[in-house]
Design a binder for this molecule. Structure first.
Ligand SMILES: [Zn+2]
Length: 308
């Protein structure tokens, strides 16, 4: 049996360690999408957003490549920080500069937290940016009053002319999944060790709703979370008798389709070569560099290139 491949389409790798990257690659994760998020505390100026976005398309992308993982990102203003509306409006001005960078595959994660009027205005403005940039959208749904927030997120996306097939509604549960799938949107499920969804509940959801437009992710970040939860959920699905093609769809193929990715980007990537540098920096701290094969190209790591 060939080793399974996995894609984690929602994981905040900037908050994770090199051990995580190594464990993820060893478990079969070949690519990740890192959406822009808050950092556990509110930023105070536009410059810190700029540097954060630059690191998502720059250093973090390089760092992932040094462990054999293809890194993509989504750029956007998260719902919590949308509530500082004067600052959020400054960030809106610079977003188009990042949406056209190589490796940026979506606008996200955006949407509602407390479902305030400011959150709605910033969400709407970013949907317009997604339409202009012709990018799909990753929507974060609220943890409180989830059902209403999820419905509103979809209503508003449609009002701005987005097709359901260009919108991933994330952090679903049993309460929201039927409506999201019925309306033709992608349904993401975040598998946390203890809160929100867990792997056992995910097995039941896949049994009931099938594989179409269902996506599993970890949303691992700086909190207690598990960067291997996509892999662990796949293992449990197999144990519980879910067919292999269904497991592959929800932990790999569907995310490729939802975010318009090209599998050749990781299947034909240059071998890992840890002697490479990003600017003056490397991931090395005195250890023997890992070099998997004759390195052929550094072009894929050039941060000034446009798009993917
Ligand atoms: Zn997230």
């Amino acid at each position: 049996m060939k080793a399974a491949r996995f894609l984690d389409p929602h994981v905040h790798m900037s908050s994770r360690t090199t051990d995580d990257y190594q464990a993820m690659a060893a478990a079969g994760i070949v690519a990740v999408i890192e959406p822009a998020f808050w950092q556990g505390q509110l930023r105070t100026r536009v410059g810190t957003f700029k540097d954060y976005f630059a690191s998502l398309v720059g250093w973090e992308r390089f760092r992932a490549s040094q462990f054999g993982i293809r890194h993509y990102c989504a750029i956007g203003i998260n719902s919590k920080e949308a509530n500082n509306e004067p600052l959020a409006r400054e960030v809106l001005e610079i977003l188009p500069l990042y949406l056209c960078k190589e490796g940026v595959v979506a606008v996200g994660e955006i949407g509602f937290d407390d479902q305030t009027p400011a959150e709605e205005r910033i969400y709407r403005a970013q949907l317009e940016l997604a339409v202009d940039a012709k990018l799909p959208v990753m929507v974060h749904t609220p943890h409180r009053d989830k059902r209403r927030g999820t419905s509103r997120s979809m209503d508003i996306a449609l009002e701005h002319g987005l097709k359901p097939s260009a919108v991933v509604i994330d952090h679903n549960n049993e309460e929201t999944v039927a409506e999201v799938l019925d309306r033709g949107f992608w349904a993401g499920f975040t598998i946390y060790p203890r809160t929100k969804m867990d792997a056992a509940r995910m097995v039941e959801i896949v049994r009931k709703f099938g594989k179409e437009r269902v996506i599993v992710d970890s949303s691992a970040d700086w909190g207690v979370s598990d960067p291997l939860s996509v892999v662990r959920t796949a293992e449990l699905m197999r144990e519980k008798g879910i067919p292999a093609d269904v497991v592959e769809a929800v932990t790999y193929r569907n995310a490729i389709a939802a975010y318009w990715l090209d599998e050749a980007h990781w299947l034909k990537a240059a071998p890992v070569d840890q002697t490479k540098t990003y600017g003056p920096n490397t991931v090395l701290r005195g250890q023997e560099p890992r070099i998997d094969g004759a390195a052929t190209s550094t072009a894929v790591l050039n941060p000034t290139q446009n798009r993917r």
